[in-house]
Design a binder for this molecule. Structure first.
Ligand code: PA5
Length: 489
């Protein structure tokens, strides 16, 4: 992409030594696998039915038609003009993209100062935990008549979101009267799930209540920011077209089959080599920008849920449509462990371990060339006098690279010209393509998350949910958690 650059110099053996860095010969070795992965991905993406079936429809989101975008912008502007607060309820893929966008694309301290918010509503996120304190305090202090609620859940079943929604719906109902549903918008599966059912029911009573946008078929939660996140962008006045244009250009760049022209493929290949050949199983993402910390949190979910898998993938085909399943005969327990950090803050924290702890990590830095504003330090008697903040933060990034290389720690840097809607859209799409491609290289399904079901099932069982599969209930009954008081001090 014009602008975003991927600097992978420090991933190679010439920088960090053969034991810890990638050798050019290892890239040559993996090339047949890269070709196969590229061809396979291109094949499944090229067929609309397969795309939807395998949850690869996100690859098309940058190409959404103008009419859809205009409609979302109109809706966003309408909500923004009528309400002082917008409360988003959602978790995981139905939350992290929004939070990342909020912190990256709205100005810092957005909620605190109306002058910088430019008459836009304050934005709050709930339903992403079961901690009673945050929701309690928020609802006690928000004016219900001035608050619009957007509930996002693809399945409509997620406990955290559902619980918050029941509480918030009750709060609105009690405090605003019978038309409370007009202050609610849902983003959920276009056809199925209990939230969709509720929308249908409520709209049959009052057409203006429980307005709804679709979380498209074939778009999984963590790949859905360019779908479910657009209304949020419209409400806070971010240029959606710019975000999608950035993603589109990145998509074009990352559809090239030449590894040395394709930054997302290169990112995936280098990390796979370091993971599989050099035992680098920890992925540290450290943006040197306060505004990108939540984008790092978003990436944690993307990498962990996409690639942290017990089984490898088995591929089958029926009536020309490909299907992926878990190969239960092939336990692999794969996946690098992602950690979200923030430069320069965490140079005084995790960096000690990055430098001197176990050499099992790869650090990815994100460097921002131009910030929204500048601070020039006053005075002339200190070494910091006359220095600019933007130069200092980038010097700290360079210094961190240097320190890691000295200790033979592989690292790479993504360089953003600025944190603008265009480059942020490109950055997200870069990570999505890289993750999907890494899934191909590892031969795991990057678009499911069966491991998340375990805790959900246990909770449902304890909450007496009806219709639990017999096998699951039995497994929970027969394998209770054992809490021996001897081991609790
Ligand atoms: O990536 C995913 O699919 C998950 O993380 C989901 O986004 C998360 O579990 C929330 O699910 P839902 O949108 O159905 O409430």
């Amino acid at each position: 992409m014009d602008g975003i650059k991927f600097d992978f110099n420090n991933m190679f053996s010439q920088a960090v030594g053969k034991e810890h860095g990638v050798d050019e010969s290892e890239i040559k070795e993996i090339l047949p696998k890269v070709k196969k992965a590229d061809e396979h991905l291109a094949l499944v993406i090229s067929d609309p039915k397969t795309r939807v079936k395998l949850s690869l429809e996100w690859t098309q989101l940058a190409l959404q038609d103008k009419k859809t975008i205009q409609e979302i912008k109109r809706l966003g502007a309408q909500i923004a003009s009528r309400y002082d607060n917008v409360l988003f309820l959602g978790i995981g893929g139905s939350y992290l993209g929004l939070k990342a966008a909020q912190d990256a694309l709205a100005v810092p301290y957005y909620n605190e100062f109306s002058s910088i918010r430019k008459n836009k509503p304050r934005i709050y996120f709930e339903g992403n935990n079961l901690d009673p304190d945050t929701l309690n305090i928020l609802l006690k202090n928000l004016n219900p008549t001035k608050t619009f609620v957007v509930v996002i859940s693809k399945s409509g079943e997620t406990t955290e979101t559902k619980a918050a929604f029941i509480v918030v719906e009750d709060w609105l109902k009690k405090n605003t009267g019978k038309n409370y549903g007009r202050q609610i918008l849902t983003i959920t599966d276009p056809e199925s799930g209990s939230l969709r059912k509720k929308v249908k029911y409520e709209q049959a009573q009052d057409k203006l209540s429980f307005r709804s946008l679709p979380l498209l078929k074939g778009v999984g939660g963590r790949y859905s920011e360019f779908n479910m996140g657009l209304l949020h962008l419209a409400i806070i006045g971010v240029d959606i077209e710019e975000v999608l244009a950035g993603a589109k250009i990145m998509g074009k760049k990352c559809s090239q089959d030449d590894l040395y022209e394709n930054p997302a493929y290169m990112y995936a290949v280098l990390h796979t080599i370091l993971y599989q050949n050099k035992n680098k199983s920890i992925a540290i993402l450290m943006p040197f920008s306060e505004s990108l910390k939540s984008t790092a949190d978003w990436y944690v979910q993307l990498l962990a849920e996409s690639l942290g898998k017990k089984y490898s993938r088995s591929i089958s085909k029926s009536k020309g449509i490909e299907d992926w399943d878990r190969d239960v005969d092939s336990i692999v327990n794969l996946g690098r462990t992602p950690i979200a950090t923030r430069g320069t803050n965490d140079l005084h924290s995790i960096q000690q371990n990055n430098i001197e702890g176990e050499n099992n990590k790869v650090c990815t830095f994100i460097k921002v060339e131009k910030f929204r504003s500048e601070i020039r330090i006053p005075g002339k008697d200190d070494i910091l006098s006359a220095q600019r903040y933007s130069e200092l933060i980038n010097l700290a990034e360079e210094a961190t690279e240097w320190a890691l290389v000295r200790e033979k720690r592989p690292n790479c840097t993504i360089i953003l010209p600025e944190v603008s809607p265009y480059y942020w859209g490109g950055l997200l799409f870069f990570f999505e393509i890289a993750t999907a491609f890494e899934g191909e290289l590892l031969n795991v399904n990057a678009f499911d998350q069966p491991g998340v079901e375990g805790y959900k099932n246990y909770m449902y069982f304890k909450l007496n949910k009806s219709g639990m599969p017999e096998g699951i209930s039995k497994a929970i009954k027969n394998n209770p958690l054992i809490k021996d008081p001897k081991y609790i001090l």
